[in-house]
Design a protein. Structure first.
Length: 191
């Protein structure tokens, strides 16, 4: 599900990679199928998904997950929201977001020849996307890992941050909202 949420937001980068390779093929120079780049991207998100699955299993074992795979503790949920909100305001988040928002700059800066190079480029781009979105994905634990509406809302927010001209501003606004909402949740969970 994580990969399904993130792959659409990688479309501009994937299309840029495909365009470069289509032109290379037309010129008779070595080219690489776009699927190799996408496989690298999926490797990065696949590794994150495995870590998230391990976290979910640990939370279930600790009896902190409700039946819909959502955190059952308002305190824990609030802490996840606050952590996600604080991360939205960090320089690291915005450095990664800049890389995700500029496919041409990424290609110019990170181009590698051959299949291994394309796989590496895809994994690097996936790592930048992880840097942008991993904390937002952690919010799935609060709203429910299996809650499709919640997953769609997070995916739409990620897409807006990456594609809209005011995406960096939206990321900061989301951070502030998450901090306030998380603090409210924490207050609700206090005895």
């Amino acid at each position: 599900m994580m990969i399904g949420m993130m792959l659409p937001s990688a479309a501009p980068m994937t299309l840029t990679f495909a365009t470069v390779n289509r032109r290379r093929r037309e010129l008779g120079t070595p080219w690489v199928p776009t699927a190799v780049f996408v496989a690298g991207y999926l490797l990065a998100w696949g590794a994150f998904s495995l870590a998230a699955t391990a976290a979910q299993l640990a939370l279930e074992h600790a009896k902190l997950m409700a039946p819909m795979a959502a955190l059952s503790s308002p305190l824990a949920g609030g802490l996840v929201f606050v952590a996600a909100g604080l991360y939205q305001l960090t320089p690291l988040k915005h450095a990664c977001l800049r890389r995700c928002r500029s496919p041409l700059a990424f290609v110019l800066e990170h181009w590698r020849e051959g299949r291994a190079g394309a796989l590496r480029m895809g994994a690097q781009h996936g790592a930048y996307c992880l840097g942008c979105c991993a904390f937002l994905m952690a919010l799935l634990f609060v709203g429910g890992v299996m809650n499709l509406l919640w997953a769609a809302a997070i995916a739409a927010w990620v897409l807006a941050e990456k594609l809209l001209p005011a995406g960096a501003v939206l990321a900061r606004v989301a951070g502030l909202i998450a901090i306030v909402f998380g603090a409210w949740m924490i207050m609700q969970g206090r005895p």
